[in-house]
Design a protein around this ligand. Structure first.
Ligand SMILES: [Zn+2]
Length: 333
């Protein structure tokens, strides 16, 4: 991703709508869930047992008492594992993050209403992600003078690897019936806002931005796969990278909170399986400007760390980039 992506975010400031400041998240007596509006985020906590009963799914069950109480809840879609007091959770074994750590209240597991609505419902109860007319925009990150990060091995730029990944991916998607548009097919500068406009103009059903990662603190050990989607309004982001994280912000892409998560999980799971990379999780963020204005489900993939020598070596191998391309295509068959 590199700092270039982050610093360009603020050029999309005109897409940001500001609503009231976040309200208290202190647990309160459970109330019936109501549909959220951007101006009135859900702030209630709900008994997970009651929610499961209301939705006619199996009750959550304790799977471990140490180091923290851990519960699993499942449907035919899959299984979510929740730790009391922790935002870390897993979905079918893949790392995801809740907005708020579940709590014990009166010996029952309580989950924040926004997590029920934005995380548990889409995954446990959601229908499979719809692909519409199968029009997809693939966005190779960076380009031109915006080089992205670079390989710790030899200085080759992120922009080269993201373009190659996209060019490998496009024909694979076309084979499975997608109409594919790339925001760039060569080494040119494109503003983040124009990548958003491009997707809108091509009536995209999905938008996927491709990147490789680096860590600014020269910690070369960090490695693995991360997949990002927009943070729902009212919820803290999983990662802020020192950017302000204004919970009340509501972006056009927030109309697709449920589908964004489904898309990110779908991609992340397929990529983990194909690449054997470390799972660094599906994350909700506000600092990625190219996602804010997308008026369709959108996700950004960080396909590994160019700052890690072992991972940089893999990323520099065309066969590995073909694997990544195949994984994304397989996820969207
Ligand atoms: Zn990047």
């Amino acid at each position: 991703m590199s700092n270039e992506t982050s610093s360009l975010n603020w050029s999309d400031a005109n897409l940001i709508k500001k609503f009231s400041a976040p309200r208290s998240t202190r647990p309160v007596a459970p109330t019936a869930r109501t549909n959220p509006s951007p101006a009135a985020p859900i702030t209630t906590w709900t008994s997970l047992n009651r929610w499961a009963a209301e939705n006619k799914i199996g009750q959550p069950h304790l799977i471990s008492r140490t180091p923290v109480a851990t519960y699993a809840i499942g449907t035919a879609n899959g299984t979510m594992v929740l730790d009391i007091g922790s935002r870390d959770a897993t979905w079918n074994g893949t790392e995801i993050q809740l907005g708020f750590g579940p709590q014990f209240i009166d010996d029952q597991v309580f989950v924040h209403g926004l997590d029920l609505y934005k995380n548990l419902e889409p995954l446990l109860l959601g229908s499979p992600l719809a692909f519409g007319n199968r029009v997809i925009v693939i966005d190779p990150g960076h380009g031109g003078s915006n080089v992205g990060t670079h390989s710790v091995l030899d200085g080759r730029f992120e922009k080269e690897f993201t373009l190659d990944w996209a060019l490998r991916l496009a024909p694979l998607l076309a084979t499975s019936g997608w109409q594919v548009f790339l925001t760039r097919t060569n080494d040119v500068d494109i503003a983040l806002s124009n990548r958003v406009i491009f997707a809108e103009a091509h009536h995209a059903d999905l938008f996927i931005s491709l990147h490789f990662n680096s860590t600014p603190d020269r910690n070369k050990k960090i490695a693995g796969l991360e997949t990002y989607c927009s943070t729902p309004a009212g919820m803290p982001s999983s990662l802020t990278r020192n950017y302000s994280d204004i919970w009340s912000q509501y972006f056009p892409n927030n109309s697709f909170d449920a589908q964004n998560l489904q898309l990110a999980v779908l991609l992340h799971t397929a990529l983990l399986r194909a690449s054997d990379e470390d799972d660094r999780g599906v994350r909700r963020v506000r600092f990625i400007g190219v996602l804010h204005g997308q008026r369709h489900p959108a996700a950004l993939i960080e396909g590994g760390y160019l700052s890690n020598p072992h991972e940089a070596k893999r990323i520099e191998n065309p066969a590995f980039r073909q694997k990544l391309a195949q994984a994304v295509a397989d996820a969207l068959k």
